[in-house]
Design a protein around this ligand. Structure first.
Ligand code: BDR
Ligand code: CA
Length: 315
């Protein structure tokens, strides 16, 4: 089993990525760390707890609260995309407190406790990861790998023309991470791979809606708000950047094409804030990341459908 920590701004597809980490037998999910991103911080905590509850694993994996805003900039909400991030779903968890240790300290401690073993799946802004680098530079050498959802490999952004949300929100953090010297970074960008290979059509969603499990019902509920947004901007289905990132770490056989790139992130310009420059060999720069270019869309969707078909009803 692969030891992982998921660093998340839990809304919609982050929840599905958590299901991957919680339920795929290939994963040894050691912790969840929370970072400011998609929706209000407390709402994100609640979304993570609801996801753990639906998976039948509430209280089994520690949740550490990390940075509540980006390193130097104001927080940028994606509530206009995700609503509350869980389709208005509510559950009552009074008394279930997150772990008192700060998320950045937890990341540093978890990596130091198992040097060279932990892979961090980064599916929100990179604030916690960059702060761990700043606070304890040995974090870089203690981590086995980072799997990062962020950027676009052809400058098709989703929050601006140039930028994808996670890198836009905290570009200084993203730049810090790519400059830090991690031994292994894999990037799953918004475009082209998420848009090309990880959008579920109306037919696929109708199929999931017919699966009679708590997980499939949860999925159908939580993707609804983002789906409506997607249709309004011409994306023809439900997007899975975060769950794809978690799945590819556990199942590299889904990858059809990847390449070594020199990745850097724009922090100076207002127009292109958070733009990810992904330079390939022709530009003569030293590679610092592997970028996923295409995946087997059918294998990924079959995988998620099988996961959502798992019956987590307590016996
Ligand atoms: C990223 O931003 C969020 O909306 C998603 O969870 C994903 O991590 C896509 O740009
Ligand atoms: Ca996310």
């Amino acid at each position: 089993r692969i030891p992982i920590v998921i660093d998340t701004d839990t809304a919609q597809d982050d929840c599905i990525a958590l299901l991957v980490g919680l339920l795929d037998p290939a994963a040894d999910l050691r912790a969840i760390t929370m970072v400011a991103g998609n929706v209000g911080f407390d709402r994100q905590i609640r979304n993570a707890q609801m996801t753990m509850s639906v998976a039948g694993r509430l209280g089994e994996v520690p949740v550490y609260l990390g940075c509540r805003r980006p390193m130097v900039r104001e927080w940028v909400s994606a509530e206009y995309v995700h609503g509350d991030g869980a389709g208005g779903l509510t559950m009552d968890f009074d008394g279930l407190a997150p772990d008192p240790q700060h998320g950045v300290d937890a990341l540093i401690a978890l990596a130091a406790a198992s040097p060279g073993e932990i892979t961090v799946v980064c599916i929100g802004p990179l604030t916690n990861i960059a702060m761990a680098v700043v606070k304890d530079p040995s974090f870089v050498g203690n981590v086995k790998a980072l799997y990062i959802m962020g950027g676009s490999n052809n400058a098709r952004g989703n929050i601006t023309a140039a930028a994808e949300y996670n890198f836009f929100v905290d570009p200084e953090a993203a730049k810090t991470v790519f400059d830090a010297g991690f031994a292994s970074i894999t990037v799953v960008p918004w475009a082209p791979v998420t848009l090309a290979d990880a959008v579920f059509s109306r037919e696929q969603l109708a199929h999931i809606a017919r699966i009679d499990t708590p997980l499939a019902r949860f999925y159908t509920r939580i993707v609804d708000t983002t789906l409506a947004f997607n249709f309004s901007v011409g994306i023809d289905g439900s997007t899975h950047p975060d769950s794809l990132t978690a799945a590819l770490l556990l199942h590299p056989e889904f990858v059809e094409s990847r390449g070594g790139y020199a990745v850097d992130v724009e922090t100076g310009s207002a127009l292109t804030r958070g733009y990810a420059a992904m330079s390939w060999g022709a530009h003569g720069l030293a590679e610092n990341a592997m970028v996923i270019e295409r995946v087997d869309a059918e294998a990924f969707s079959d995988y998620l459908v099988a996961l959502l078909s798992t019956d987590t009803t307590p016996s």
